[in-house]
Write a protein that binds this ligand. Structure first.
Ligand SMILES: NC(=O)c1ccc[n+]([C@@H]2O[C@H](COP(=O)([O-])OP(=O)(O)OC[C@H]3O[C@@H](n4cnc5c(N)ncnc54)[C@H](OP(=O)(O)O)[C@@H]3O)[C@@H](O)[C@H]2O)c1
Length: 307
């Protein structure tokens, strides 16, 4: 039974990762700002420890001591209006917590350090892009999110002097319990969903089970180093995504949602749906990782069939 430390375990991705680890017989140790709430939210068998101020305190050494891996997911939610204080929290929660985590890893004696840090990142690294295929070699973007992600990755990679580091450039995660799909569902169910901002921008979607499985794959595979796109092998544009969702829900998905409406509703944050990236998982494919849900229609049907 390997001890695996997970930050942000109470979130959409973290919860799925903890379940996956428990099924494998590992011992997940969740680090949370609020251990009581975390204990009530997480599956039985996950041990919870406090990390009250991830941006200001190094991660608890006793939690990290002897862990096989650390999976670092925590971060202030992106999908909210980006006021200046919110932007600061989006940035600091990721960049500073990663610094506090890598400092703690460095403080452990060499033989007590994790062998790998799996650090969350995002396809937002590439910034708004057209139909250009983006593998891990592609250049970074230069908007707010791209700069946050670049700095977030840089902090994670400081741990390379202590252990192997894989940074997971994750796309739009399909899950019922949170994220973009959960927000879209009420509109599509009511028959008022449709292509956003013209529908030509790519959606680098990925099924939640594949996200959890890719992280576990990268714990085991010594070849998993540096950036890895965690996106399904067949990205689709927003129009095709909308059509697929409409088909699965047996609802029309024809009502276009204009950019201006989204800008008025969400402000600058609307870029996360009005723009996108055609990211492809070149590194994961090279490592032999097999996506259980490679096609959008079947992936949506699978996620939505869950209670
Ligand atoms: N979901 C997606 O589609 C997607 C795609 C690409 C990348 N990502 C990234 O992957 C990570 C996990 O995503 P998720 O969807 O699982 O996130 P989530 O559901 O919003 O959960 C994130 C967790 O981070 C902790 N957290 C929230 N705000 C924080 C703050 N200001 N400071 C410190 N900790 C904070 C919380 O844990 P506690 O309250 O227990 O401390 C929370 O449960 C995030 O960094 C996200 O940006 C997500």
């Amino acid at each position: 039974m390997a001890k695996i430390v997970v930050t942000g375990a109470t979130g959409t991705i973290g919860n799925a990762v903890c379940k996956h680890l428990l099924e494998r017989g590992d011992q997940p140790v969740a680090l949370s700002r609020d251990p009581a709430t975390a204990t009530s939210r997480l599956p039985q068998g996950v041990r919870v420890q406090a990390w009250p101020e991830p941006q200001a305190q190094t991660a608890p050494l006793d939690a990290l001591d002897g862990a096989q891996a650390v999976i670092h997911l925590l971060g202030e939610p992106i999908s909210q209006r980006w006021t200046e204080p919110v932007k600061q929290r989006i940035r600091d929660s990721r960049v500073l917590s990663t610094r506090m985590l890598t400092e703690a890893i460095g403080q452990l004696p060499g033989d007590r350090r994790p062998t790998v840090l799996i650090s969350q990142s995002a396809t937002g690294y590439y910034g708004p892009r057209g139909g250009e295929e983006l593998d891990e070699q592609a250049n970074p973007g230069d908007d707010f999110l791209a700069r946050v992600v670049r700095d977030w990755e840089q902090e994670a990679r400081r741990a390379e002097e202590h252990c192997r580091v894989a940074v997971m450039r994750t796309g739009v995660v399909l899950s019922r319990s949170g994220g973009a799909l959960a927000k879209m569902l009420p509109f599509f169910r009511a028959g008022i969903g449709g292509p956003v901002a013209g529908g030509r921008q790519y959606v680098p979607w990925v099924h939640i089970d594949d996200v959890a499985a890719a992280m576990v794959h990268c714990i085991e595979d010594d070849g998993a180093t540096g950036p890895l796109n965690v996106t399904a092998p067949h990205p689709v544009d927003n129009a095709e995504f909308s059509r697929a969702l409409g088909r699965v829900l047996h609802r029309p998905a024809l009502l276009p949602v204009p950019t201006l409406a989204l800008k008025l509703l969400y402000g600058e944050m609307s870029v996360i749906v009005t723009t996108g990236q055609r990211a492809v998982p070149r590194r994961l494919t090279e490592l032999g990782f097999r996506f259980a849900n490679p096609e959008i229609g079947a992936a949506l049907a699978q996620v939505l069939s869950r209670s």
